[in-house]
Design a binder for this molecule. Structure first.
Ligand code: 3PG
Length: 217
């Protein structure tokens, strides 16, 4: 099957619509970055969120951007304008934040990088929308009301698309993906810490394959 090309600067909606799942990745060792990215791409998942939670995260983003051109690497856990700048400099092509602030929104506009801002309330959605963001991460999804919350938002926020993340698993992803306002889900289950540590790339490819095959609306 022909692989659809990705724009050099994909929009947040393009990032969300590429596959049913965006893997949330935590890397402890920069040497894991390239083989992990290749394993996910082999399973059909190419939008990769590397979280800025470890000292090696930016180096990992840099290596994936350089050595795995089939992947589109993004930075997660971006909590400040400085984080967004550092991520973009390292080669991230999208940014995911656990919440929304005007300074992160402004920085991403200025950098010309897609932002998936985290929201958990109507006020946060309205603030992000005021700043031009309409493809949002719902975080933490399970803890904040899960599919019930997303259904409630379909009325007042029917122009917003969400990527629920936080407590989403292979077992419940389908319930989220069945909703009209869900473009994809995010989760860490494609990259279990023990598989990453052992370098069990085949297991990660299998998990990615399962995720890529999940049906969505
Ligand atoms: C996170 O911030 O770690 C993500 O939301 C992933 O959450 P999960 O581990 O529940 O998938």
């Amino acid at each position: 099957m022909a692989v659809k090309p990705v724009a050099a600067r994909p929009t947040a909606l393009e990032v969300m619509q590429d596959a049913p799942v965006i893997p949330v990745i935590v890397l402890q060792d920069a040497a894991q970055a390239v083989p992990l990215a290749r394993a996910l791409v082999a399973g059909g998942i190419r939008m990769l969120e590397v979280t800025l939670r470890t000292p090696v995260a930016l180096a990992c983003i840099e290596q994936i951007a350089k050595d795995v051109p089939e992947a589109v690497v993004g930075a997660g856990t971006v909590r400040s304008a400085a984080d967004a700048q550092a991520a973009a400099m390292a080669g991230a092509r999208f940014v995911v934040s656990p919440g929304y602030t005007r300074s992160v929104g402004k920085a991403c506009h200025e950098l010309g990088i897609a932002l998936l801002p985290g929201v958990a309330t109507g006020s946060e959605i309205m603030l992000a929308q005021e700043d031009g963001y309409t493809a949002l991460k719902f975080f933490p999804a399970m803890q904040s009301g899960g599919t019930g919350m997303l259904k409630a938002w379909q009325g007042p926020f029917n122009d917003v698309r969400f990527c629920p993340t936080g407590g989403v698993t292979a077992a419940n992803a389908g319930e989220f993906l069945a909703l009209a306002n869900v473009a994809c889900v995010g989760g860490s289950w494609l990259t279990p810490a023990d598989a990453v540590e052992k370098g069990d790339w085949e297991r990660i490819t299998q998990l990615a394959r399962g995720a890529a095959a999940l049906p969505r609306r």
